[in-house]
Ligand binder design. Structure first.
Ligand code: ADP
Length: 635
């Protein structure tokens, strides 16, 4: 039979995996057990609406069999099974190759890659311990079985096979032992038993194994009529997992390690969770839930491919793999399980999405998650900072969403960089360090914190001893507007004209200067035509000759944001640009002199001053060639 080749990426991956010295190869067993359990869940679910599923609830089982002589280890289930096509599609390509690609680009430099991480855990981990894997599967509803077989990266075959009942056997031909690697231990009862206990104890379906026991046998009586007892071994088929799902166990009985294990196993995660929330609710709707905040955002988190949602069970039966209705948009990173006896089993998936009970659960989970994040913020700042690095942008989007409906709830979770300490701080922490005479709470928006701190306006504010919140996400201008005020103080951009720093005298003299230069400023504006909406003098510029700011509600950063997200709408959102000139700068004096003697030269100077301001503001200049020409002429 001709061998089919794995897709090229899968092939490379398999080679990496098989050849890697991976210390946690033992996790292959939990992966196969989880797949078996999922397959049973699928058939149980099918049985809710399909009378042809005749397996009794208590007969569903997973079985582990080791044959030391044949050196095979088999994991079987009587779940939904796979058709030939499914064997081909599910096992013929590596599901998460997208993740692999991403990681290879992301950390290809650091030598030995984390194979399991790249791989996504799963069926293929069997190749870490097996030189050949045979999968015999019969899909529910089909009369025949099929056999998928592979010795690793050189390809696989699919052929016809036999199986009495629907379900799947995964048969692993365990690799020969080497001096360093004792693969044979995975055929040993003790090892297998403890691996099941360690990784798969809470799996709800029974996991059967042959367990060796000893019993006492009485020997033949001797001359005195006494019998010498002896012991003999026998095996008994036993359920080895304790089966109570983790969320059904008393809170106090579950350790952090068990939660972490559950999280990794159930949601194919590589990292420990950053936070765990347990909810046991009794009331209008009773349910139990365990929620996780992942330690790391999945590679596709901020893309359309990411599917949010919680696993939804009704009295222990999986109803939906990812029920998105249970999570608000701003916490869509959370993973976890909800199990409720109050949900009816026969409810269709569509109807379920609009269930009032789900909304009740969702709203209380939102509060619990929020409380947990606030607790983390208070109790373990380092961990919260790490969380923020992964999901801060999501929280910020949530903060902006719904025109303020989440504002008050999420305000306390926001972090911004302090210009003074260079640490991430909350608005409350900013407030606490405000000085008594501070007129505003200051912030600066741009793409780079160091550049924001170095703005001439920032220098002015910092000189007074006032801190500035440095905001570097593209949506931060909107966030600042949504925040509006912190404590009693208005949030003020350092790019604003009036930073509240000038004394009455300074203001008066500035007003006089502005008046004295009125003709010149009008000339500059006219020369620049539509490029700016207004021209004025600024007291906030230090070394720079000119700067560009905006008046009205659309800032330059917003304009940049809109032109980055939309191609068609870009024209619609434009900032009203203001050219600020520094009256203390030598170029301003030259401009004034040229205005009196040589209007042509004054016009050129005005254009160059405007272009310089545009360049500094990062909005780009419309006609670079003209700028170069004019600048060259002037020099
Ligand atoms: P994952 O389980 O994370 O999706 P795997 O590589 O472990 O990734 O498995 C790929 C797919 O193969 C599964 O999603 C499932 O559809 C199918 N599969 C694996 N094992 C079984 C099984 N024992 N019974 C039925 N289907 C299975």
């Amino acid at each position: 039979m001709a061998k089919k080749q794995f897709k090229s990426e899968s092939k490379r991956l398999l080679e990496l995996m098989i050849g890697s010295i991976y210390t946690h190869r033992e996790i292959f067993l939990r992966e196969l057990i989880s797949n078996a359990s999922d397959a049973i869940d699928k058939l149980v679910y099918r049985g809710l609406t399909d009378d042809s599923v005749t397996t009794a609830r208590e007969d569903f089982a997973i079985e582990i069999r080791a044959d030391a002589e044949a050196r095979t280890l088999t994991v079987s289930d009587n779940g939904i099974g796979m058709t030939a096509e499914e064997l081909e599609n599910n096992l013929g390509v590596i599901a998460r190759s997208g993740s692999f690609k991403f990681r290879r680009e992301a950390d290809g430099k650091d030598g030995e890659p984390d194979i399991i991480g790249q791989f996504g855990v799963g069926f293929y981990s069997a190749f870490m311990v097996a030189s050949k894997v045979t999968v015999v599967s019969r899909a529910f509803g089909e009369e025949t079985a099929h056999v998928w077989e592979s010795e690793g990266s050189d390809g696989y075959t699919v052929s016809d096979g036999d199986r009495a009942e629907p379900g799947t056997d995964v048969i692993m031909y365990i690799k020969p032992d080497t001096d360093d690697e004792k693969y044979g231990e995975f055929l040993g009862e003790y090892t297998l038993h403890s691996l099941v206990k360690k990784y798969s104890d809470y799996i709800r379906h029974p996991i059967y194994m042959d367990v060796t026991k000893s019993r006492r046998v009485d020997g033949e009586p001797d001359a005195d009529g006494k019998s010498a007892p002896s012991w003999e071994d026998y095996t008994e088929r036993e359920v080895v997992n304790s089966r109570v799902p983790l969320w059904q166990r008393p809170k106090s009985e579950v350790t952090d390690e068990q939660y972490a294990e559950f999280f990794k196993n159930e949601f194919s995660q590589e990292d420990d969770p950053a936070a765990v929330v347990r909810v046991d609710a009794e009331g209008a709707v009773s349910y139990r839930s365990v929620l996780f905040v992942p330690g790391k955002a999945p590679y596709d988190y901020y893309t359309r491919d990411y599917e949010p949602g919680l696993k939804l069970y009704a009295s222990g039966v999986l109803i939906m793999e990812r029920c998105a209705e249970l999570l608000p948009e701003h916490f869509r990173f959370a993973r976890g399980v909800v199990d409720s006896p109050d949900l009816s089993l026969n409810i269709s998936r569509e109807l379920l999405q609009h269930d009032r009970q789900l909304r009740v659960i969702a709203s209380s989970l939102e509060k619990k998650l929020r409380a947990e994040l606030l607790r983390l913020l208070e109790a373990d700042r380092e961990k919260y900072d790490a969380f923020w690095a992964q999901f801060g942008l999501q929280i910020k989007y949530g903060f902006l969403q719904g025109y303020g409906e989440n504002r008050d709830n999420l305000l306390g979770l926001l972090l911004f960089r302090s210009a003074k300490s260079d640490k991430l701080i909350t608005l409350k922490e900013y407030e606490e360090t405000m000085l008594a005479d501070q007129p505003f709470a200051y912030y600066a928006v741009g793409s780079d914190a160091a550049a924001l701190r170095a703005l001439p306006q920032s220098e002015l504010v910092l000189e007074r001893g006032y801190d500035i919140l440095l905001m570097t996400d593209e949506i931060d201008d909107f966030a600042a507007q949504m925040i509006g005020k912190t404590g009693e103080k208005e949030l003020k951009s350092v790019r604003a004209d009036d930073l509240g720093l000038r004394s009455e005298d300074e203001k008066k003299s500035a007003g006089e200067k502005e008046k004295a230069s009125a003709d010149l400023l009008a000339f500059v504006k006219e020369t620049l035509g539509g490029r700016v909406a207004s021209v004025r003098l600024s007291q906030n510029l230090k070394a720079a000759a000119s700067a560009l700011t905006a008046q009205g509600s659309v800032t330059l950063e917003m304009e940049k944001y809109f032109s980055s997200v939309s191609r068609d709408g870009a024209e619609n959102v434009k900032a009203e640009r203001v050219l600020e000139l520094n009256p203390e700068h030598a170029l301003f004096a030259k401009l004034g002199a040229a205005y009196s003697d040589d209007r042509d030269r004054a016009a050129k100077l005005a254009e160059v001053l405007c272009s310089l301001a545009e360049l500094t503001a990062g909005v780009g200049i419309a006609d670079a060639a003209a700028f170069a020409r004019t600048a060259a002429e002037l020099i």
